[in-house]
Unconditional design. Structure first.
Length: 218
């Protein structure tokens, strides 16, 4: 999707300076993106976030001190509007599971290249949950493995339209794509999603997807 008329502010948390500098250069060198801040660790996370005021955070998992999963949990709790994109070299089931449960909006591998990185940032910004196919497959298997029985109470409180939108979120569609497929406006999708979050007692798209899979709501 084009980022014309957008200026997506991205904060980078990455301990490897070469990677951090490469991300900063590609963001500042591409229309529609701005590197709002670049940090080698998460040890002053709250200060860094207030200073950079990002729309999307690029979060490495393995960092000295506070790791990316702990940082993701903090951001999800205190800054629920910020989208968190986990970047790592690992395809580790336990870390994938922990990152998504902590509230990550997406999980992509560093070896996918910088073009894929920008696509993932845009998708996360637009309400999607970008994941590489291998990661998405692992996440689905993990949650299916631990999924309890359907919650009848939750099923009853979601309207047919809300279930339809939740199903499209589980399939990885961002809010704009959902709007196009449902023939409704982007703002209407956002309104439905806010109601879904409230009914499911979640604060992000990734948490809603996790709950939908765990409770087999779609």
């Amino acid at each position: 999707m084009s980022t014309a008329n957008m200026n997506i502010r991205v904060a980078i948390f990455e301990d490897a300076k070469l990677i951090r500098d490469a991300y900063e250069a590609i963001l500042n060198g591409t229309d529609g993106y701005t590197c709002a801040g670049s940090f080698p660790d998460c040890n002053s996370l709250d200060l860094c976030i207030r200073k950079s005021n990002p729309d999307v955070v690029l979060m490495d998992i393995e960092m000295p001190g506070t790791d990316g999963i702990q940082a993701t949990g903090f951001l999800s709790a205190h800054y629920p509007d910020i989208r968190i994109l986990i970047q790592t070299v690992f395809e580790d089931d336990e870390k994938i599971f922990a990152a998504v449960c902590a509230g990550a909006s997406g999980y992509i591998l560093k070896n996918n290249g910088l073009a894929k990185l920008l696509e993932a940032v845009t998708e996360a910004y637009n309400g999607g949950s970008p994941m590489t196919p291998s990661v998405a497959s692992r996440v689905l298997k993990l949650f299916q493995q631990f999924a309890p029985q359907v919650s009848q109470e939750t099923e009853m409180i979601l309207s047919p339209r809300e279930k339809e939108i939740l199903a499209m979120m589980v399939d990885g569609n961002d809010f704009r794509t959902i709007a196009e497929k449902s023939f409704i406006s982007y703002e209407t999708v956002r309104t439905h999603v806010k109601k879904i979050y409230k009914k499911l007692h979640v604060a992000s798209a990734s948490e809603a997807v996790v709950k939908a899979i765990r409770q087999r709501l779609v």
